[in-house]
Write a protein that binds this ligand. Structure first.
Ligand code: KIV
Length: 259
């Protein structure tokens, strides 16, 4: 999927699938799969580095992982997250961050939130780097939200999110991630936009879905309730490791060639 396909796929009967990837090995598997596009999410701070939130992600971390992913994924769109505060230090630092991610191979960036970012988002887009918006439960704002809480539940905040979504489209974003909002609101926002809306924990009525790869593979802790595990990865990997351990300790592996 190329960036130009995003608009074409906003139609009934064609959903967009996106997964995160952070390392070469899993990115190569995601790249060879049917999944449409790959996000180097700042969730890598948690999934790859064991931090408690995405706030620990830095531009250098994002660039390092983006380079590993783009070495593996050759013909899918790779989007990289602008990490915490990278949009808040003014235009030049934001553009330096975009440059690092683009030189690491990202074909687009994703930026959380809108308020105070309007000029920077517009400048990035006018500099020919496509931007994906991200509204709802934006994890970089958990300190403001007081935790991982669904957003847009009351009429005023729902209205604000719907207006922000329209503004991101007006600024030129090519797609929008909508995280943990009520499904009726996600459906309304999806219907109001020409650009595709990719949901996560936002119900079935968006134009596509994104999940953290390690969540869907069952590899990373206890995932949020909206996640569907497509593999019991933790159990399968543990069984493989235990088999290896048993065979080493019982001298079954490696096989003896000489008696
Ligand atoms: O960082 C991330 O993984 C994300 C997605 C889950 C949307 O932003």
């Amino acid at each position: 999927m190329k960036i130009t396909d995003f608009y074409k796929y906003k139609k009934p009967g064609r959903k967009i699938s996106m997964v995160t990837a952070y390392d070469y090995t899993l990115a190569a598997i995601a790249g060879a799969s049917a999944v449409d596009c790959v996000l180097v999410g700042d969730s890598l701070a948690m999934v790859m580095h064991g931090h408690e939130s995405t706030i620990a992600a830095t531009v250098d971390m994002m660039a390092l992982h983006t380079a590993a992913v783009t070495r593996a994924v050759k013909d899918k769109l790779v989007i990289a997250d602008m990490p915490f505060l990278s949009m808040r230090k003014g235009l030049a630092p934001a553009m330096n961050a975009v440059e690092k991610l683009a030189r690491a191979g990202a074909q687009a960036v994703k930026a959380e939130g809108l308020a105070g970012h309007e000029k920077i988002i517009s400048h990035i887009i006018k500099s020919d780097m496509p931007v994906m918006g991200h509204l709802g439960l934006t994890p970089q704002s958990i300190n403001k939200f007081g935790g991982y809480k669904a957003q847009g539940k009351d009429p005023a905040s729902a209205e604000k999110l719907a207006a922000q979504a329209l503004e991101l489209e007006r600024l030129g974003c090519f797609a929008l991630v909508l995280e943990c909002v009520p499904e009726d609101l996600a459906e309304k926002i999806t219907a109001s936009l020409k650009i595709p809306v990719i949901g996560i924990g936002a119900g079935p009525f968006t134009d596509g879905q994104v999940l953290v790869l390690q969540d869907l593979l069952g590899l990373y802790g206890e995932p949020p309730s909206f996640v569907k595990k497509y593999l019991d990865g933790r159990r399968l990997v543990t069984e493989a490791l235990d088999s290896f351990d048993r065979e080493v300790k019982s001298s079954v592996f490696p096989e003896r060639k000489r008696q």
